[in-house]
Design a binder for this molecule. Structure first.
Ligand SMILES: NC(=O)c1ccc[n+]([C@@H]2O[C@H](COP(=O)([O-])OP(=O)(O)OC[C@H]3O[C@@H](n4cnc5c(N)ncnc54)[C@H](OP(=O)(O)O)[C@@H]3O)[C@@H](O)[C@H]2O)c1
Length: 331
């Protein structure tokens, strides 16, 4: 038997997630590898999935989409990755187990220079930052005089996006929800202006910083009234890119707010990456993700490290205010 983090019903992840024993996986099948998982991240999106319950209610299901470890067996027709290779797998439903069978094509080799803490979170968040960057680039002024608004900029994804934008000389304005967070972020990314939504004039502050330059894109993982307000600062033809729903609140919207400036709203999810992106593009994205993990270790903060038995505390930590970085569980 092996140990895994499982759930059988919908509800608060801290209550329904448990460390349980499950049978050893069988020998890997055609095109599969077997990975001995050493660590995995808990992403906010993982917990939203748990809150909604397993696909088959009542059936104990292994949680998680990402995990890192070592290849211990390969199935027929698998040439790479070879046994002994360090890999991170994503998106693989049921990754939070000590051993998993997974399609070899979902395994990203981990360079030797990448630490286990970075390896544990090296695909999902950098890939999201990459997809956001690509979506933002669809606006002509991004990369010229356009400014991208980055809401919840102190999140793991938000910081990785800012770092990528800086690398590509794209101007951004960070938005956070408290003055304390704004100070922390300004100290960490001194060349990037930060605005806090707890200041009553935060929208005007953005306009002052932009100083007439276009704001074609606002990236928003929060939703609610702040997302609505972000739309008001967009320049004509601008887009609010919604990629999360942290606040779980509706975005207030009056049609007139869209008409004059021909403002658009679009969603973005990594979920479509596997099914909707050409294999060549995926390979290029994974090369980009590996480069981010190799060169930006400082942006892969670990908020806390837990054992399998501490899964409830680990799940609670994910939504703790002021948390910086990703919660990691070691198996
Ligand atoms: N669409 C996709 O495919 C995709 C993929 C990956 C991630 N995501 C989404 O991206 C978001 C960030 O993920 P992450 O792992 O980077 O998160 P994270 O590191 O856990 O950070 C969460 C951030 O959200 C802020 N926050 C929490 N509640 C808030 C609220 N009510 N209003 C404003 N800010 C709030 C926190 O601010 P404080 O510092 O003030 O606490 C923190 O900076 C999540 O919504 C996640 O679901 C989406």
């Amino acid at each position: 038997m092996i140990r895994a983090i499982t759930y059988a019903s919908a509800g608060d992840p801290a209550a329904v997630l448990e460390a349980t024993e499950i049978p050893d996986p069988p020998a890997p099948g055609l095109g599969q590898i077997q990975v001995e998982v050493r660590a995995f991240p808990i992403h906010p999106g993982d917990l939203i999935g748990v809150t909604l319950g397993p696909r088959t209610p009542g059936q104990r299901t292994v949680a998680g989409l990402e995990g890192t470890g070592v290849v211990v067996a390969t199935g027929p027709d698998v040439e790479t990755p070879a046994i002994g290779t360090r890999v991170t797998v994503f998106p693989n439903p049921g990754s939070w187990a000590q051993r998993v069978n997974v399609a070899a094509e979902l395994a990203v080799p981990v360079p030797d220079s990448v630490s286990e803490d970075v390896a544990a979170q090296m695909v999902c968040n950098p890939l999201t930052a990459l997809l956001l960057y690509r979506a933002a680039q669809q606006h002509f002024s991004v990369g010229f005089d356009g400014i991208v608004i980055n809401n919840a900029a102190n999140s793991s994804v938000g910081r990785l996006f800012t770092a990528s934008a800086q690398h590509h000389h794209i101007a951004t304005i960070s938005v956070v929800r408290s003055a304390d967070r704004a100070r922390e972020l300004a100290a960490r990314q001194p060349n990037v202006p930060v605005v806090s939504t707890d200041s009553p004039d935060w929208v005007q502050q953005i306009e002052v910083i932009a100083a007439g330059r276009p704001i074609p894109v606002a990236l928003d993982p929060v939703g609610g009234t702040v997302a609505g307000d972000l739309m008001s600062v967009l320049s004509s033809g601008g887009t609010l890119i919604a990629y999360g729903a942290i606040s779980q609140e509706d975005i207030p919207l009056h049609a007139s707010g869209l008409l004059g400036g021909e403002i658009g709203i679009r969603g973005l999810t990594i979920g479509r990456w596997l099914s909707g992106v050409a294999p060549e593009r995926r390979a290029s994205d994974i090369a980009g993700v590996t480069a981010i993990a190799t060169t930006q270790a400082g942006n892969f903060d670990v908020a806390g490290t837990y054992t399998l038995d501490q899964i409830s505390a680990a799940a609670r930590h994910v939504s703790a205010p002021g948390k910086i970085g990703t919660v990691i569980v070691k198996t």
